[in-house]
Design a protein around this ligand. Sequence first.
Ligand SMILES: Cc1cc2nc3c(=O)[nH]c(=O)nc-3n(C[C@H](O)[C@H](O)[C@H](O)COP(=O)(O)OP(=O)(O)OC[C@H]3O[C@@H](n4cnc5c(N)ncnc54)[C@H](O)[C@@H]3O)c2cc1C
Length: 663
Amino acid sequence: MEGVDYLRDERKKSEFDVEAMKVAWAGSREAFQVSDRMAKLVANDPVFEKFSKPTLGRKEMFKNTLRKAAYAWKLINDLHLTEEEAKWLRHYIDEPNYTDLQWEMFVPALEGQGSEEQKRKWLPLAQTMQIIGTYAQTELAHGSNVQGLETTATFDHETDQFVIHSPTLTSSKWWPGGMAKVATHAIVYARLIIDGHFYGVHGFIVQLRSLEDHSTLPGITVGDIGMKFGHGAYNTMDNGVLRFDRVRIPRNQMLMRVSQVTKEGKYVQSDVPRQLAYGTMVSVRQTIVSDASKALSRAVCIATRYSAIRRQFGSHDGGPETQVIDYKTQQSRLFPLLASAFAFRFVSEWLKSLQTDVKQRLEAKDFSTLPEAHACTAGLKSLTTAATADGIEECRKLCGGHGYLISSGLPELYAYYVPACTYEGENVVMMLQVARFLVKTVSEMSYKQPVGTADYLGRMAPLMHNNCDVQTAEDWLNPSAIVKAFETRAVRMIVDCSQRIAKFENQEEGFAELSTDLVEASLAHCQLIVVSTFIQRLKQEIPGKGVKQSLEVLCYVYALYLLHKHQGDFLATGYLTSKQASLANDQLKTLYSKVRPNAIALVDSFNHTDHYLSSVLGRYDGNVYPKLYEAARKDPLNDSDIADGINQYVQPILKQKLHLAKL
Ligand SMILES: Cc1cc2nc3c(=O)[nH]c(=O)nc-3n(C[C@H](O)[C@H](O)[C@H](O)COP(=O)(O)OP(=O)(O)OC[C@H]3O[C@@H](n4cnc5c(N)ncnc54)[C@H](O)[C@@H]3O)c2cc1C
């Protein structure tokens, strides 16, 4: 039998309706149809071919990406694609490039921070790509600490302009995507100075390049920051360095939705400056969480299909060897990741409703839930990106040696994905922000009721004193037992930290001293959110034979895997006995055997095309070995029998005629 037959047999074992599961994964039939149509459009167009990328040099690779982006823009216009379709099209092209910044940072920043007048002027230009923008916040010396940025924007009364300047080497903008070679404009974050007074960091629209010949404008020095981790991965993007030498821009190019500078040089601050930025932040982080589920599902799809094809040991009478997916250790590493992909998918869908809620509240000037929404999205960004980055690497290991080949698709996926742990809020810094929110919520509880994802803190009294009543492994198959365990663990960890901080004379010192415990408490809180969201999703109608049942199994896998992994927390907080923790682990193993027959069908439900996976190991048809061989033969080193350099550097050694002068 070949891999092709193995996967065919596996698909016959499925106990649920795969087509219905595809819809459940996508969120709705319409969402499925849109993403499916765009995936096929990209996969069937030779311009979007990806397999040659690993052999291209940086310049060729960059040029090829520019070509793809131009071609995509033409398609979007010619086919009159909707915004949603265009988003999927760009996603499936699967190559970071300047348009990511245009649509995910530049346009949202204009929308979120621009005044009505500014939006009327700049948005049509950006939306039709008559200008191309980037988001220039990070500098050489400061990223996480935005208040530490050094670039200055000094108001000049006489000319009614701002003077944008990089006073030091360390103030150079460093990292913004698309900035080195493509962007014509940037939203530049700089310290606003009026008459020698500092008014905080604000965004300014600055033109970088001529719209006529693309040359950099006077006073602007811009370039690429150099190659990044991995070969292809993020190197299709021109992340840039940018310096300003007293560049002048009109006063009306400061983003003025929340605070303004008048012609007289008066700084007018709105009463809700910070909160408005939350709307954009929630939306950007929703996308990041959604992208985490996509990246993890991609890695899991490759590792699962290959695990069903790969056979090692176990043959005693000349029969077939054991599929590695049947090894319990393989299942215990792979299936929690499969479950996590679904968990992240559902939490990202739920974040969309949170986003709508935040938007409506902002419009109604109700800011009461914003700190909670902010903490929740920051925490979920951190949790999902960290788990996905680790999960991709685990999938590589699950594929053994072949997982290390570029043709497995995993090394490039990993190199491309891991910066998500750093950009848009460094993960540990994010968890510390969550911790700050949690500690504050606990301290205010005598007069303020916690809301949203923190509402369980309001039930602190029973949660602090209850004990788990699970007696058998089956008792763990109960959503309320699971939620109670996660709530209790989170409450007790947060309260413990809060009480210890309260003992410090200086609370800030206490917070710094306990920061590692606080990060763990935040993680417990965020895991509770993901587990509860998964459980809530299962309370909704999910059509299709066996679909809900399969998802229930995955939900329990996700929750009990976390419980097992963080057993120390659950035991230390005194809610569980070691016997109950061990029963949870027994149940987890039983659940793995329920996932096993459905594993291939579950990863098929992601509906990933072979183009998108770009993996020989994860091919839908399972024809792995012949295609691995074919991919290897295409390597440039195999172009000739005797490679360049052999006669010059190897033959002289063999012939004992090596001369230093000839090397
Ligand atoms: C691929 C990629 C693309 C990017 N694109 C853009 C872009 O388009 N525009 C843009 O402006 N920027 C961009 N960035 C920059 C990115 O936003 C920053 O790198 C990010 O915000 C992290 O900041 P930092 O580099 O200063 O990290 P640092 O904050 O210096 O982190 C270093 C270490 O210090 C720790 N640390 C920092 N502060 C604390 C604290 N208070 N307590 C405890 N530990 C702490 C962190 O946990 C981390 O371990 C990009 C970065 C990457 C990698």
